[in-house]
Ligand binder design. Structure first.
Ligand code: GLU
Length: 272
C-alpha cells in the first residue's frame, strides 16, 4: 500500500512537473499572461526602427509589432537590438521576438525560427558622388564598411573577395566611416542605406550604386520551437496585409510623400 501511494505521488509530481514545464515553454501563453509583448527592434535604422525627435522608438517595424500586440490583446514593450545582438537576445529570452531588418536565412534558422516574409530588400552600395565606385566589382583592394552580424558582411566578400570589410557595431558608425573617408563605400540593404543617407545634413552628396547584389527577405525572429507564437505572428501578418493595414503602415514609412519612397512591388505569401 505504501509502495502504491509512493508511486501515485511520484506520478503526480511528474505530471505536474511536465505541465509546468510545458506552460513555461509556451511563449504565446507566457506573453498573454504577462500582458506585454517584449520585442527587439533597431533604434538607429530609419525608417525601420529609430528614435524620433520626441525620443520615441518609432518606425515601420514598431508599427507592425503594435498590430501584432493589439491582436494578442497585450501591451508592446520595445528593446533596442543591433544586427549582432538580436539573435543572442532572442535565444537568451530577453525579448519574445524581434523585427529588426533581419533576413531569414537557413543558417540563422538553426538557432531561431522565422515568420513569413514581411519586407523585401537587396544589398547595395552607398558612395560619395563621383567617387568612381560604380559597382561591387570596383571594390577590389578598397575598404567597405558595414555592421557586425549582418548578411552584408559576407555577401560583399562573396561578391568581391578582394575588398576589405570593416565591420562596425551599427550602421550609423559604418556611415560615419564613409563620411570621414575611412572607407570608399558603405554596404547593406538598399533601404537601410537610403535611411542613413537621408539623415545627413547634405544627403545629395551620397549616392546608391551597383544595383542589388543579394536578396534580403525580412522575417521576424521567433524563439526556436515556439510554433504557437510563430503561427500567431504569421496569421497576424497575413491579416495585416489582407485588411489593407499593411499598405497603410507601408505608405506611412515608404510612401510617395516620405524621404524613403519605395514602391510596394512584392506580395506577401497569403495562405488560404
Ligand atoms: N538584412 C540583413 C541582415 O539581416 C542586413 C541588415 C541588418 O544588418 O539588419 O543581416
Amino acid at each position: 500500500m505504501k509502495r502504491l501511494t509512493a508511486l501515485m505521488a511520484l506520478t503526480l509530481v511528474l505530471v505536474l512537473g511536465l505541465s509546468v514545464a510545458q506552460a513555461a515553454t509556451n511563449k504565446l501563453d507566457e506573453i498573454k499572461q504577462r500582458g506585454t509583448l517584449v520585442a527587439g527592434v533597431k533604434d538607429a535604422t530609419p525608417p525601420f526602427g529609430y528614435v524620433d525627435e520626441n525620443k520615441q522608438l518609432v518606425g515601420f517595424e514598431p508599427d507592425l509589432l503594435k498590430y501584432i500586440a493589439d491582436k494578442m490583446g497585450v501591451k508592446l514593450e520595445l528593446k533596442p537590438v543591433t544586427s549582432s545582438t538580436r539573435i543572442p537576445m532572442l535565444t537568451q529570452g530577453s525579448v519574445d521576438m524581434v523585427a529588426a531588418t533581419m533576413t531569414h536565412q537557413l543558417q540563422r534558422d538553426d538557432v531561431i525560427d522565422f515568420s513569413i516574409t514581411y519586407f523585401m530588400d537587396g544589398q547595395s552600395l552607398l558612395v560619395k558622388k563621383g567617387s568612381g565606385v560604380k559597382s561591387v566589382a570596383d571594390l577590389a583592394d578598397k575598404k567597405v564598411s558595414t555592421s557586425k552580424g549582418s548578411t552584408s558582411e559576407k555577401n560583399v566578400k562573396e561578391a568581391q573577395p578582394k575588398c576589405n570589410v570593416l565591420s562596425f557595431d551599427d550602421y550609423p558608425q559604418a556611415f560615419l566611416a564613409l563620411k570621414q573617408g575611412k572607407v570608399e563605400a558603405m554596404t547593406t540593404d538598399a533601404t537601410i542605406l537610403i535611411g542613413q543617407k537621408s539623415k545627413d545634413d547634405n544627403p545629395d552628396q551620397w549616392e546608391l550604386v551597383g544595383g542589388f547584389f543579394s536578396d534580403e527577405p525580412y522575417g521576424m525572429g521567433i524563439p526556436e520551437d515556439q510554433s504557437k507564437l510563430r503561427d500567431f505572428v504569421n496569421a497576424a501578418l497575413m491579416d495585416c496585409w489582407r485588411t489593407g493595414t499593411y499598405k497603410k503602415i507601408y505608405d506611412k514609412w515608404f510612401g510617395a510623400d516620405t524621404k524613403f519612397h519605395i514602391p510596394l512591388v512584392w506580395k506577401m505569401e497569403l495562405w488560404p
